[in-house]
Design a protein around this ligand. Structure first.
Ligand SMILES: Cc1cc2nc3c(=O)[nH]c(=O)nc-3n(C[C@H](O)[C@H](O)[C@H](O)COP(=O)(O)O)c2cc1C
Length: 180
């Protein structure tokens, strides 16, 4: 399997990246190939047209597209902003779209400093995954009170969160294996 974890917050001082780091570390430690697609590094321009429809395709986006095409499973990590997913993640999904994602297993992790863990963003992201004709893992990871669960290096500081993330990773690997 070739797993990509899409880190969907580009905010200065973001917390969601902690979750992406933790997931990536755990999956690699279990012997699976996983890498982070960090949307703050890609610096995607605001959406103008799907990459596959552009006549002049930016070289960097073509490279990212080919990395995505070779991926066999994804975890999308999103912060909850005003009850929805981040604009950066929506921009990423719309720019690449079905070609890179259709038919693949995708799991959702949502992040919030509040108690509810970004559940509204997580549920709308599941709908979005269906719209790009991908398969949404039923179990989501909702990370509430994020700063109490992980430090800025993505190391887990709350033992009960460790159990929660391990259960999610276990479900994700089982789900993703069925497609590979
Ligand atoms: C523009 C904006 C809107 C937000 N809206 C919500 C929200 O609707 N629900 C929520 O639980 N937290 C909300 N938050 C707080 C985030 O949960 C918090 O920033 C968290 O750390 C995840 O985002 P981050 O990765 O950008 O840090 C919002 C934060 C920002 C910057």
């Amino acid at each position: 399997m070739n797993i990509k974890i899409v880190s969907g917050s580009t905010r200065i001082g973001r917390n969601s990246h902690r979750v992406a780091l933790a997931l990536n570390r755990k999956i690699n430690d279990l012997g699976f190939k996983s890498t982070i697609v960090d949307l703050s590094e890609i610096e995607l321009p605001a959406f103008e047209e799907r990459l596959s429809f552009l006549t002049e395709k930016p070289e960097r986006l073509v490279e990212i597209s080919s990395e995505l095409l070779s991926s066999t499973a994804y975890i999308f990590v999103t912060p909850e902003y005003n009850g929805g997913i981040s604009a950066s993640l929506k921009n990423f999904i719309d720019t690449f779209g079905r070609l890179e994602f259709a038919g693949k297993p995708i799991a959702v992790a949502s992040v919030s400093t509040g108690a509810l863990g970004g559940i509204r963003a997580a549920m709308s992201l599941q709908q979005l995954i269906l719209a790009i004709q991908a398969y949404s893992q039923p179990q989501m990871l909702t990370v509430g009170d994020v700063e109490e669960q992980l430090n800025s290096e993505g190391e887990i500081i709350n033992p009960s969160f460790e159990k929660k993330i391990d259960s999610f990773v276990d479900s994700f690997l089982g789900f993703a294996k069925r497609f590979n």
